[in-house]
Design a protein around this ligand. Structure first.
Ligand SMILES: NC(=O)c1ccc[n+]([C@@H]2O[C@H](COP(=O)([O-])OP(=O)(O)OC[C@H]3O[C@@H](n4cnc5c(N)ncnc54)[C@H](O)[C@@H]3O)[C@@H](O)[C@H]2O)c1
Length: 406
């Protein structure tokens, strides 16, 4: 394992639209797997009260730069939602479908044990579902992936029980609260946008790239609210139906990697190339899969009126500037998808109980409030949502003492 030297700062601004603000992370770790060609990274962007939070992703091609961007995004999320911890991210450059993937994740977590034991609260992310990371933690005698926070609790066993009950609370659609809460927040970022437009959900159309944990849940709750989702994509391609897709039926056809079984598709669905979703003729485009999905190369293809980032770092700064020039705002990841981490900490801190209704109510109210402010600043003052978000993130609530976990 190597401690990396800080690289040069790459601060930049494009066409008056603020880019992701770059400042050096608190720490970078570089891990090489002894048994495969996998490499992994932990980047702690900020450490507050001795804690930092952020998921662990696995994908072939995952790079240190990507993990740094994601860790910075996590620091923005925790600050924007006034959570009393810093931001971090783990990433492993390995194919999550490789039969050795679970062993690689185990060895990565073992190597990161000092951080996972005391300072880094991790969770699911692209290619790593929550149940899998929890199984690995259990095998390593670390209990559950929120271990570093839970061990600080006055009664760790009771906190662990509350966390497990919250994550596993049953919600409509046959889902678990912990699997859908982030996507529920994304759905309400979209619904709040329609409210700002004065447009009913039924008159609003959406396209969602990725139907895994985040995209699948966002699609479910938008469909439930009556929004017409004409287009979805997974790693295998784009699916389109002008009248609106039957989202619950498609979600039932997913495998463990969030891919829809093409052999059992309902009638009337057109299959298109994977990247066709970017050009979907909809009101709202939700990238909910890979980072850097929207780049200068494809930004001119976008026909949506707004981008709602469910995926982390979904839009490159240059692409965002090009979209802004065309009057298309981007609701940034560190607001739109931050429901997942905010809720996890509300649960850890005892600010919501383990029943779904209190969690849904708090997240819905918070998200509508933040999106209304972002879009009002965009329409009234011409300030990008990311810039407003950065102002919030730059002014986090001060820590008044050690984090108290009941
Ligand atoms: N899971 C969380 O709690 C969480 C929280 C906040 C943000 N995010 C972010 O959301 C994004 C998705 O994470 P997830 O946990 O839902 O992942 P996931 O692995 O559960 O699902 C990923 C989905 O994207 C699809 N996909 C993969 N590559 C694609 C491509 N090139 N084109 C189209 N679709 C593709 C997959 O088929 C799958 O449907 C990531 O950027 C992640 O960082 C996740």
């Amino acid at each position: 394992m190597t401690m990396l030297n800080p690289g040069p700062s790459t601060s930049q601004a494009v066409s008056g639209v603020p880019t992701t603000r770059r400042c050096e992370p608190y720490m970078r770790l570089h891990w090489t797997d002894s048994a495969t060609d996998a490499v992994g990274y932990l980047v702690v962007h900020t450490l507050r009260g001795g804690l930092a939070t952020g998921g662990t992703r696995m994908r072939a091609g995952c790079s240190l730069t990507e993990v740094e961007d994601l860790a910075r995004g996590m620091a923005n999320k925790t600050a924007t939602f006034d959570l009393p911890i810093g931001g971090a991210k783990g990433g492993i450059d390995f194919d999550p479908k490789d039969p050795r993937a679970v062993e690689v994740l185990e060895r990565f977590c073992e190597a990161m044990r000092p951080w996972l034991d005391a300072h880094w609260v991790t969770a699911e992310d692209l290619g790593v579902p929550q149940h899998l990371i929890d199984e690995v933690f259990e095998k390593l005698d670390l209990g559950q992936s929120y271990h570093a926070a839970i061990r600080r609790a006055a009664d760790p066993a009771a906190t662990l029980e509350r966390v497990r009950n919250g994550l596993n609370a049953a919600v409509d659609g046959g889902f678990l609260l912990g699997d859908v809460i982030g996507g529920y927040g994304v759905a309400h970022a979209c619904l709040a946008t329609a409210v700002q437009w004065g447009q009913a959900p039924a008159q609003t159309t959406a396209a969602i790239q990725g139907v895994g944990t985040m995209g699948g849940a966002a699609a479910y709750y938008l469909h439930e609210a009556g929004m017409k989702i004409t287009t979805v994509a997974d790693a295998a391609g784009t699916l389109y139906c002008a009248d609106g897709l039957d989202i619950p039926a498609l979600l039932d056809l997913r495998d463990g990697y969030g891919e829809i079984d093409r052999s059992r598709l309902p009638e009337g669905i057109e299959q298109q190339p994977r990247n066709a979703i970017i050009a979907a003729d909809v009101d709202i485009l939700v990238p909910a899969a890979i980072s850097y999905a929207i780049t200068p190369d494809n930004s001119y293809d976008i026909r949506a009126r707004v981008i709602v980032e469910a995926a982390n770092a979904a839009t490159t700064p240059e692409a965002e500037a090009m979209l802004a020039a065309r009057g298309i705002p981007v609701l940034p990841d560190f607001v739109a998808n931050a429901g997942a981490v905010a809720w996890a900490w509300w649960l850890l801190l005892g600010e919501v109980d383990d029943t779904p209704d209190t969690s849904f109510d708090r997240l819905r109210t918070t998200m509508h409030n933040k999106v209304a402010q972002l879009l009002t600043a965009w329409t009234d003052e011409g300030v990008s949502p990311r810039e407003v978000g950065h102002r919030w993130a730059a002014d986090p609530a001060p820590l008044t003492g050690p984090v108290v976990i009941p």
